[in-house]
Design a protein around this ligand. Structure first.
Ligand code: BDR
Ligand code: CA
Length: 319
């Protein structure tokens, strides 16, 4: 079993990733922590509670950061044109969801759960890295107590999706991401290099809905606005960024990785760009020296990942 904390900004593709984690037989979901990004922290937290209620998820939800690691850094408007005004494709999520929150802030929750399960927790982070950076600040020793960090974010050998240089989750809080990628805990980065190759077609999503019943109906409905956004970008369907990171946890053999130190550009034209120094390449002295080697995903078996998502979500049927 993989004990997982899911750090997320739901978010349409976040919702699919959450349903994947909830349904996968080898995942023990210990908690959901929220962060600002696809919407404000109020909205992403409300959405996490809504999905927890609608999908009968036991894991507690802890509310996380509503602003960048460095307070008052230039921050960006939520991408309402991608995820809708409500962050879940304008399906009409109620303003208030009457489900209690964990009393702890997300970074404290993360520290506590890691300390209660030394060496066992995989932290899957698919939004800004702010909660992870705050957790490291609160308790730096967690670097040696966590099993693995798997993040959706960044773009190494391809362009970004917010600017030519930067991917959204990293662009939204570059300083936090630089702290997370340079810490001495093992990180796997599932970035745009592989996620943009993983497109679920309309038909594949409809097949999941037809085979899985009520929970997948909600997933189908909330994805329609996001699919519209992707109409001019992919031939048919939607990019399932965040579910790729979850797939990595249970099926790393479907990915090829490259090892090397990573840095995030903080400020300037390329704000939020991720750059790796591959281990096998030699350079003069640089700001990549004496940092841990982390793994960037450079190849993906996209069809197998899409099948894994399908099979996992339909494995639990609900009328
Ligand atoms: C990432 O940004 C968000 O819009 C998505 O949920 C995903 O985590 C893709 O760049
Ligand atoms: Ca996300």
């Amino acid at each position: 079993m993989h004990k997982v904390i899911f750090d997320t900004d739901p978010g349409v593709d976040d919702a699919m990733a959450l349903l994947f984690l909830h349904h996968h037989a080898e995942i023990d979901l210990l908690g959901i922590t929220t962060v600002f990004g696809n919407a404000t922290i109020e909205t992403t937290t409300r959405n996490a509670l809504y999905l927890k209620r609608e999908w009968n998820i036991d894991a507690p939800v802890a509310r996380g950061a509503g602003e960048t690691f460095i307070p008052h850094r230039v921050s960006h408007e939520p991408p309402k044109f991608i995820h809708g005004d409500d962050g879940l494709g304008n399906i009409g999520v109620p303003d208030v969801v009457d489900v209690p929150l964990d009393p702890r802030p997300a970074h404290r929750f993360i520290v506590d759960i890691i300390r209660e399960n030394p060496g066992e927790v995989t932290l899957v982070a698919v939004g800004r890295m702010t909660n992870l950076a705050n957790a490291l600040k609160e308790d730096p020793e967690i670097v040696s107590l966590v099993k693995e960090i798997v993040i959706m974010g960044g773009a190494f050998d391809v362009n970004g999706n917010v600017t030519p240089a930067a991917e959204a989750n990293i662009h939204g809080d570059p300083e936090a991401a630089d702290i997370v990628l340079t810490a001495t805990w093992p990180v796997v980065v599932v970035g745009l290099d592989v996620t943009t190759r993983t497109v679920m077609t309309r038909q594949q999503l409809a097949d999941i809905r037809d085979a899985a019943g009520k929970r997948a109906e909600l997933l189908f409905d909330l994805s329609q606005f996001y699919i519209k956004f992707y109409e001019s970008r992919v031939p048919d369907g939607m990019v399932v960024h965040d579910a790729c990171a979850c797939a990595y946890v249970v099926a790393p053999e479907l990915f090829k990785t490259r090892s090397g130190a990573m840095r995030v550009i903080c400020g300037g034209l390329a704000d939020g760009q991720t750059i790796q120094k591959p281990d096998h390449m030699g350079f003069g002295p640089s700001d990549w020296d004496n940092l841990p080697s982390q793994n960037a995903c450079v190849e993906i078996d996209a069809n197998a990942v899409l099948k894994l998502i399908h099979d996992t979500i339909v494995s639990v049927k609900e009328s």
